[in-house]
Design a protein around this ligand. Sequence first.
Ligand code: ACO
Length: 329
Amino acid sequence: MSFLEPAGVFDREPAPGLKIIESGKNAGTGSYVPETIWKNEDLEKMVETSDIWIRERTGIGARHIAGEETVAQMAVKAARRALENAGICSTELDLILVGTSSSESIFPNTACLVQDEIGAFRAACLDVSAACTGFLAVYELGQLYIRSGKAKNVLLIGADALSRLVDWHDRGTCILFGDGAGAIVLTAEEQETKACEKIHSDGEKGVSLTCEKGTYLQMDGRAVFQFALSRVPEVIREVLKEAEVPVEEIDAFILHQANSRIIDGVAKRLKAPKEKFPRNIEAYGNTCAASIPILLDEWNRSGRAQKGQRIVLSGFGAGLIWGAAYLEW
Ligand code: ACO
């Protein structure tokens, strides 16, 4: 069915309490990280720190650094891989949304740069600035476009190069971040569904994580840590309550990769086994809006993704903004 045509007659009855509507189903994933790797040992030569301190406090062992490569170039590589994985041509895309806070140009936006490179001439192209919650934000918007009937095929990208925004003399922040991009393609499918995405914001607390133009990222690490530990389990419970799915039935919690101790703390608060929280923070650090789609892509390509799996995505970051989504693979 074309996205321009009215919804047809559904061929099955929904389960009690559910309705069947067109909703976005994950059709393919892709990701890209730059070739240059800076290990913790490399950072030992730049600031007073140690591999042991970084690993123990964050779980990070290395990060990929973009160098000359732009956010849009990384986004294009992730996008091409996602389209190939989904078996969808760029000309079939109705919408491209990019979550990013570190694009080199103020305009044109990254989504338009991606559109131009991949030839997605039919797509509307928008960027969303929501820091590390950027991918969650574009995921929710992509779903809303599909559910409203305005789009059938949507490309969602999270891409960031925070290595350009951190002060490489500040050991309190520079050890945390890395660069990369991840993408997924959502396609409209008639399915039993409920509204299962939530984004929250608290501008009053924004001061704990800031980056003004021409300056470096400033962070109150402990405040951000405490905020994540309280808000992430809360918003996950909120979406699961709305989806009427108990925590125990979730197969995987794909969380923003900011700090391994935060992920452990969320698992503990949800009383869920740590094994259900896949992580790649050791290899990439915190890639901001890219972390969730990169992890989703690894989940998909490693064969761990199975049809029907119940997945939770959750992210948090500057704003302050946090959110979660429930989806079935
Ligand atoms: N190497 C060695 N020592 C360090 C380093 C380092 N890289 N950084 C800080 N220290 C020292 C501090 O100076 C302090 O020393 P002191 O006790 O002598 O004063 C000591 O280690 C403890 O410092 P804390 O800041 O209390 O360390 P903490 O355990 O809180 O870990 C960290 C710091 C890793 C930053 C943690 O607070 C954290 O991960 N917070 C969350 C940050 C985050 O996720 N930010 C991204 C959000 S997403 C976005 O939108 C961008």
